[in-house]
Design a binder for this molecule. Structure first.
Ligand SMILES: Cc1ncc(COP(=O)(O)O)c(C=O)c1O
Length: 427
C-alpha cells in the first residue's frame, strides 16, 4: 500500500472495485453496531456496585448530619471534599448538587444571563446579542445549552495544546458581547488533548483582558481523573492561577462522578469563588431544599482514599479499547495517509479528521452496513462542521469484539469514500 494521493488512476479504479465488493459483503452481514455512545460499559458500572452496601445502615455523616433529612444545600462536607479533589480547589469553594454537571452548567448560564453571578449590576442579558467562545471540535451539549438560551457561539479552533489562545484573546478583547468560553481542559471531548500549562495560564488571565467585565470561563473538567496510566497526567492548577491573576470570581469549574461511579446516579460538582457560590446558592434555593445526601455519603465513603485505585480499574477496562481503535486505524489508514486521528491517554473519545467533504458520506456508508457513527458535525455548534471532515469515535460502551468489527467497517468506509472522492464524480 502507498499514499493514496500518489496512486495512479488504474490503481485507484482497482482499489475502488475491491473496496466496493468488501462493502457490499459487509452490508449483507446486517450488522447492528453502535460507536455513538460516550457511556461507561456495564463492566465499568459494576466497579461501583460496592456502593450499594457501603452505608450498612449508617446514614450519619462525619459531622453528625442525618443524610436522610432535609438540609445542607451546598452538599455534605465529605462529598464536597471529593469535588475539591477532582477540581483541585479548596473544599469551601465547592457545591455538590444533583447527579449531573451539565445541570449545574445550565444553572450557572441561566444565572449569569438573568441575575448575574456577582450580586452586583452585571448580568449578561443587559445587552444583546450575548456570545460565547466555543473551541471546536467540542462537546455538543455545551452548544445545545447555549442555543437553548439564544447565546451566539463564536468558534475558536482547538490545537494540540488547547483552544487557539491567540484567537481567543483577540476575539474576547475586541468584542464586549463575548461573555465567556467553554473549556474541557483534560482529555477534551472529543480530541482527548490536555491543555498545556501556558494555555491554562492564558485562560486564567482571559477574564482580565476581555472587553466584557462579566466574562466567565466555564471550566468543565469532566475527565479530570480519567487517565489510562498512573500517576495521573497533571493539569495546570486553574484555581491557583485564577487567584494569582485576580480572576477567581470569573472562573466556574465543573465535574461529576458520572464516569467514575454511575452515569445516571452519580454526583455533580461546581466550584467557584465564595462570592459566586453565595449567588448561586440563592438561586438554587428557589428550586431545591437540599441534594440527595444519602447518595453523597455513599459516594464519599466508597471513594475515600481510593479514587486513583478505582480509576485504575476503569483504565484496565477502557485502555485496551482505545488501543484497539488506534491499532485498527493505524493498520488500515496510516500508509494511505487519508485521515488523522487523536491518540488520547485518557477520557472517552477519539477524534478523527478525514479529507474535507467526506465525514457525512462516511457516516452514511457506515449506516448502510448497520454501523451507527455519531452524526458528522456533532462536535460543532448547530452540527455544522465547515469542512465536513470530523468524526467522533466513542469506544467505551461496545464489547471488544463488536468494537473490533465496528472499527474495521469504519476504516473500510473511510477508504471507500476517499477513493471515490479522489476518482471524481464519474467513478
Ligand atoms: C465534557 C463533558 N462534560 C460533561 C458531560 C456530562 O456530564 P454529567 O453527566 O455530569 O452531566 C460530558 C458527558 O459526556 C462531557 O463529555
Amino acid at each position: 500500500m502507498t499514499n493514496m494521493a500518489d496512486m495512479s488512476k488504474d490503481v485507484l479504479v482497482a482499489l475502488e472495485r475491491d473496496l466496493t465488493r468488501d462493502f457490499e459483503l459487509q452490508k449483507s452481514n446486517r450488522l447492528a453496531l453502535d460507536l455513538t455512545r460516550g457511556k461507561p460499559a456495564p463492566e465499568q458500572l459494576a466497579l461501583s456496585d460496592g456502593m450499594a452496601d457501603v452505608l450498612a445502615g449508617d446514614f450519619f455523616a462525619a459531622d453528625g448530619t442525618d443524610t436522610r433529612n432535609y438540609g445542607g444545600l451546598r452538599g455534605l462536607p465529605e462529598a464536597r471534599a471529593l469535588g475539591a479533589e477532582l477540581l483541585e480547589t479548596p473544599v469551601e469553594n465547592v457545591i455538590c448538587h444533583g447527579n449531573s454537571s451539565l445541570t449545574l452548567m445550565y444553572i450557572v448560564t441561566a444565572t449569569a444571563l438573568n441575575k448575574g453571578l456577582w450580586g452586583d449590576k452585571r448580568r449578561w442579558n443587559l445587552t444583546s446579542p450575548v456570545k460565547v467562545l466555543t473551541p471546536v471540535p467540542g462537546f455538543d451539549r455545551h452548544f445545545t445549552l447555549c442555543q437553548s438560551f439564544g447565546i451566539e457561539m463564536v468558534n475558536v479552533p482547538m490545537t494540540d495544546s488547547g483552544p487557539d489562545m491567540r484567537e481567543a484573546n483577540r476575539l474576547a478583547a475586541e468584542d464586549d458581547s463575548i461573555k465567556g468560553i467553554w473549556c474541557v481542559p483534560k482529555y477534551a471531548n472529543p480530541t482527548g488533548i490536555i491543555y498545556s500549562d501556558e494555555c491554562v495560564n492564558e485562560l486564567a488571565r482571559l477574564p482580565a483582558t476581555a472587553a466584557a467585565d462579566d466574562f466567565v470561563v466555564f471550566w468543565d473538567n469532566a475527565y479530570a481523573v480519567h487517565d489510562f496510566q498512573f500517576p495521573r497526567a497533571p493539569l495546570a492548577p486553574m484555581a491557583t492561577l485564577a487567584t494569582d491573576a485576580g480572576t477567581a470570581d470569573q472562573i466556574v469549574m465543573f465535574a461529576s462522578t458520572s464516569k467514575i461511579t454511575y452515569a445516571g446516579g452519580g454526583l455533580g460538582f461546581l466550584a467557584a469563588s465564595t462570592k459566586v457560590l453565595d449567588v448561586l446558592e440563592k438561586q438554587m434555593r428557589v428550586f431545591s431544599i437540599c441534594p440527595d445526601k444519602v447518595n453523597q455519603l455513599r459516594h464519599a465513603r466508597f471513594l475515600k482514599g481510593r479514587l486513583e485505585d478505582h480509576m485504575a480499574q476503569h483504565a484496565a477496562l477502557v485502555k485496551p479499547k482505545f488501543e484497539l481503535v488506534e491499532q485498527t486505524l493505524r493498520d488500515g489508514l496510516e500508509e494511505l495517509d487519508i485521515a488523522r486521528w487523536t491518540s488520547p491517554a485518557g477520557g472517552y473519545f477519539v477524534s478523527l479528521d478525514t479529507r474535507p467533504g467526506l465525514a457525512k458520506s462516511i457516516e452514511q456508508l457506515a449506516g448502510e452496513t448497520g454501523l451507527a457513527l455519531t452524526p458528522a458535525g456533532t462536535p460543532f455548534p448547530s452540527g455544522r462542521d465547515p469542512e465536513d471532515r470530523n468524526l467522533r469515535i466513542a469506544p467505551t460502551f461496545a464489547h471488544t469484539e463488536d468494537l473490533s468489527v465496528a472499527m474495521s467497517v469504519m476504516v473500510l468506509c473511510i477508504k471507500l469514500a476517499t477513493v471515490r472522492q479522489q476518482l471524481g464524480p464519474s467513478s
